[in-house]
Every structure is written in C-alpha cells, then in structure tokens.
Ligand binder design. Sequence first.
Ligand SMILES: *Cc1c(COP(=O)(O)O)cnc(C)c1O
Length: 271
Amino acid sequence: MRSTVSIEPGHMGHGRYPEAVTLEDFGRNLADVQARIEAACARVGRDPATVRLLPVSKTYPEARLRLAHAAGCRMLGENKVQEAYLKWHAMQDLGELQWSIVGHLQTNKAGRVARFATEFQALDSLRVAAALDRHLQAWGRGLDVYVQVNTSGEPSKFGLTPEDVEAFVKQLPAFSSLRVRGLMTLALFSSEADRVRQCFVRLRTLRDVLRQVAPIGVQFDGLSMGMSGDFEVAIEEGATVVRIGQAIFGARPLPDSHYWPGEPSSKESQP
Ligand SMILES: *Cc1c(COP(=O)(O)O)cnc(C)c1O
C-alpha cells in the first residue's frame, strides 16, 4: 500500500508544531489530528472509530495537561513512571483522567505503575509482568497491557524481537491482573516512508499470526503504532492506537535522544 502522506522522523518535530498554550490551541490541534486520522482511515476504507488517539504529554508541565483535559482528553500517555506519578498525584482533582505508560519500565518501578496507571504499553519481560501482577493483586487492580516489539531491528530500541513474541505471549495468562490488548512498536526514525511502513507491516503481520495461536483469554486485536511524524502511515497499516505528543502539545524543545535514555543521539538515516 502506498500513499502520498509525507513522513518525518520523530526527532524532526522542532519548529514544525508551535507550542500549544491556550485552550483554543489544544482544541484546534486535537481537531487537526482527528481530521488527519479520519483522512487516513478514508484512504484505506477504515472506520475512524477503530482508531484511538492517545495524547502523549511527557515533558509538558501540569498546566498544559490541564488544558488538554479541558479540551477533552481523558487519557494521557507518559514515558517515565516518576514523571507520570507526580502528574497523576497533582491532578487527582480532575476526576476522570487516566494514565497510560508508554515507555520502558524497570522492575523496581512496577509498584508505582500498578498504583495509578490504567494502561502499560511497553511490556517486554516476564520479570516486569510478574512484578506488575504482584503489585496489582495487592491493590486489587487490573492493567491493560501491550507487548512492545522491536520491529526496526535497531539495538537502541526496547521491545522483544518478533521471533520471541509468541513464546512470551503464551506465558502471560499466568498473570491474571494483566489484560493483554495487543502489540506496540516504535518505527524506525527515518524519512524513508517505505522503511517506516515496513515496521508497521511487520507488527500487523505478527498480530495476525498471534491471533490464531493466542491462549484463551488473550486478545490480540490492538496495534499501538504511529506518532506525530508517522501516524497516518501507521493507520493505513492497521493501527488501533496512535500515540501523539508534539502534534497536540507542540514541539518538544530537546531532541528525542533526551527522552529515550540509552538511544544514540545521532540516529540512522537522517534526511
Ligand atoms: C514521546 C512518545 C510518543 C509521541 O511522540 P511525538 O513525536 O511527540 O508524537 C509516542 N510513543 C512513545 C513511546 C513516546 O515516548
């Protein structure tokens, strides 16, 4: 499948998206993103209701998150547990606001996530699954989870290799408080649309295989893929969740290497 959608590497958002500072800015940005989601769906004959927009609020201050909430956001994604926890704590007065952790989790932070998150999108180890389950049981809570897959083959990215996912998923029913929803990936950061698209195709193909072999109680419909720079391509390839920060909140001032610790600052195939 090919389209004329332009694609930009995730770290190229600077300057492209002005900072959202008013309620109107958030309203407009959310409407723009929603319109782009609908246009991408229309190109491939999908119902836009099958694509969930997850606004990603990492690095933005509480005041901006409150504006996003006022503009209608009811779930926010964060990639660092401590930052998310502090924001959750500070915004309890808002009532309905749920949190999705989209970044790598260390076992020793699992207790925090179990306390307040509704969703965790970066599951890639049984140790973390076990730790989450133990803490969730203690709190009497459940958690929606996505298994993170490294579809780009870049050593700097977290996630299971595609070959390891099936065996991993088969173990998950042992952790009864985890509700497995599907797979998540970060595509290659590249301006070459075809190579980015291949990452999304790989995740969808894997999901289709897993659907057939998934253990009872494990559901494999979800495909969390696509960010500000590539979400339209991801939707064309079947994304059911798109995780979008900069197109809603505005460009982050620092390069992505700052927010994804462990990633080299100069990425492959810069334009
Ligand atoms: C930051 C982040 C996003 C959103 O990226 P944007 O370029 O701001 O849209 C999506 N997924 C993950 C895992 C992230 O850390």
